[in-house]
Design a binder for this molecule. Sequence first.
Ligand SMILES: C[S@@+](CC[C@H](N)C(=O)[O-])C[C@H]1O[C@@H](n2cnc3c(N)ncnc32)[C@H](O)[C@@H]1O
Length: 207
Amino acid sequence: MTLNIVGIGPGSPDYITPAAMNAVMNSEVVFGSRRALELFPSARKTVVLGARDMDEKLGRAAELAISMEVSVLSTGDPGFSGVLKPLKRIISSRGLPVRVKVVPGISSIQLCAARLLIPWDDADVITLHGRGEEGILDVIDNGRPTIILPSRNPSKTAAFLIECGLDPERRVAVCERLSYPDERVLKSTLRDVSESEFSYMSILVVL
Ligand SMILES: C[S@@+](CC[C@H](N)C(=O)[O-])C[C@H]1O[C@@H](n2cnc3c(N)ncnc32)[C@H](O)[C@@H]1O
């Protein structure tokens, strides 16, 4: 049987691929955050993944997939700051004999680049999930846009960049709640962003 690691896109059902839907519908058990599971109301059996019990539940998903079809849902694409990395670590550390398949999804990064008309082979993409903000400084002044997935809030990252000496009037964009009905794309300055509030589901782009 198979452990399907399924990218579900940025959040709207419009961005769920038929391959993702097939994997979920063919699974006996589907693991995902509450927000992810809501996109698949006809999934057979579901298990909610929370931040606190993430590793334990991912381990359970991998063990179950030895004998049945299981899907684990991941926002956007599983391979960028998604569940592919922790699942690979868990499977290899426990030596689980499980067949793994990744179903790619449309990443929030792709939708952000699309909204801002940025060809993203011309951009640097950085996630701050699980790492410090210092890495941004290596690329911020190389003439290419920097697309940042902040782990805290875009305002905190903007404040950090100003503290590090970036011009507070530097042009930036924030893409918030992409694909949802209340999606917002704000083009502004580092200073304005550092003084504003944003949802956790936001991407900061330093232009
Ligand atoms: C743990 S990472 C997951 C990234 C995901 N694997 C992807 O490919 O989009 C979570 C971050 O993705 C970004 N994100 C996910 N969905 C988003 C959305 N609908 N709108 C804006 N940002 C989003 C936010 O920066 C959030 O903090």
